[in-house]
Design a binder for this molecule. Structure first.
Ligand SMILES: Cc1ncc(COP(=O)(O)O)c(C=O)c1O
Length: 399
């Protein structure tokens, strides 16, 4: 099936003997399960037979969502987790099991992921080295020095939207015996399927594009055959599972992922072109720009004609107060901290995703004080442009 059909059908209508089969997966709330035969319960508890025994191990609604995302990411199995961050934690722990306790990480990952590595993993003696993931020589050197258990990166970096070469990075990780873990939240499996390019584990903040409507906190880990058992085993012990209601909402959201994402990409492309010509804008960052530094990688790793729904831009001559004023003037675009929703969201990295970085570190990463990030929604493009325009124009009159 094509992606547009898979999002609608995969995971649903698993037949269970003696039960009616609803066309879409219902919410299953039970925490423990009854079997007519204790021998069967024994086999299910012992993992010798498929079935459900206890909610921390597996749940029918979660399983339907997991099957759906496994199909979309072309993996061997998935785990639905309580948040994107718990997905990253489980994925990295699974990747480091039986491997060197060290990680080479992209220096352009989500702020909380940096904190997860620096505060949690480091306190368990995991060594972490940050590199520019688009500089393959630097990655090669870091991997040769550290011999890491894994490389961790985002398929599209935040907020400057750089794209590392997953194929090459998987090769480099594997030469050192390590795994490649990719946070695919920004790209979605519609734009990129990291496992097809050689990655070992993919994670999502399902809070974003997958659920898509700003009403679910959730995560997904999808892995290849080599790591799925570890992911599942860790989850059985630690129990960071998504609740069945959130699983249902996420699955319901994914049914329209293809429709939403196509429109979000189209809106982002139109916005990037328009903002590049706007007198109030200094510079635009977008994966679809012809001058994008990773254009060649984008060409051979992204789906054709799609460049993602996120762009960033620098407001001309704006300091922090001017950016905050611009945000206050927005009438439809929502100033907030997330992305991937049906409504257009605007984030100011300096006060949100990159708040905890020092000004020096932000400057080193190229994140200027006048940079904002837009996650295009599905509204009419003219309304998004009109809102940004009036907020930018009022800003112009200040200078
Ligand atoms: C790229 C990326 N990964 C992971 C996360 C964490 O996801 P969650 O907030 O669902 O825990 C975020 C949150 O913004 C994100 O942007």
């Amino acid at each position: 099936m094509n992606f547009q059909s898979e999002v609608v059908h995969a995971g649903d209508r698993k037949r269970e003997t003696g039960q009616v089969t609803p066309s879409t997966t219902p919410i299953s709330l039970g925490t423990t399960y009854f079997y007519e035969s204790a021998a069967k319960l024994d086999r299910v508890l012992g993992n010798e037979e498929h079935g459900f025994s206890y909610a921390r191990y597996a749940n029918p609604t979660n399983e339907a969502l997991e099957d759906l995302v496994t199909k979309l990411e072309n993996g061997s199995g998935s785990l639905a987790t309580s948040s994107g961050m718990s997905a990253i934690q489980i994925a990295l722990q699974a990747a480091l099991l039986d491997r060197s306790h060290s990680i080479v990480a992209s220096d352009a990952i989500y702020g909380a992921s940096v904190e997860l590595l620096d505060k949690l993993f480091a306190s368990f003696n995991v060594r972490v080295k940050y590199v520019d993931i688009c500089d393959l020589q630097a990655v090669g050197k870091a991997v040769a020095d550290l011999q890491p258990g894994c490389i961790f990166m985002e398929s599209i970096s935040n907020p400057l939207l750089r794209v590392g070469d997953v194929r090459e990075l998987a090769r480099i990780a594997h030469t050192a015996g390590g795994a490649l873990v990719v946070d695919n939240t920004f790209a979605t499996p519609m734009l990129m399927r990291p496992l097809d390019l050689g990655a070992d584990i993919v994670v999502h903040s399902a809070t974003k594009y997958l659920a898509g409507h700003g009403d679910v906190l959730g995560g997904i880990v999808t892995s290849n055959a080599n790591h799925y058992e570890q992911v599942r085993a860790l989850a059985r012990i630690a129990g960071p599972l998504l609740g069945p209601f959130e699983s249902y909402l996420t699955m319901r959201g994914i049914k329209t992922l293809a429709l939403r994402f196509e429109r979000q990409c189209e809106n982002a492309t139109l916005l990037a072109d328009w903002l590049a010509e706007h007198s109030g804008v200094e510079r635009v960052y977008y994966c679809g720009s012809t001058a994008h530094p990773d254009a060649a990688v984008i060409r051979h790793t992204f789906a054709p004609e799609l460049y993602g729904g996120i762009l960033s831009f620098e407001i001309r001559d704006a300091d922090k107060d001017a950016v905050l004023g611009f945000m206050d003037r927005l009438r439809m675009v929502v100033p907030g901290t997330s992305l991937g929703d049906v409504h257009t969201l605007l984030l100011y990295p300096q006060i949100a995703s990159h708040r905890n970085l020092s000004p020096k570190m932000r400057a080193r990463l190229g994140i200027r004080e006048n940079l904002v990030r837009v996650a295009a929604g599905i509204e009419h493009i003219d309304d998004i442009k009109a809102d940004l325009d009036q907020a930018l124009r009022a800003d112009r009159s200040l200078h």
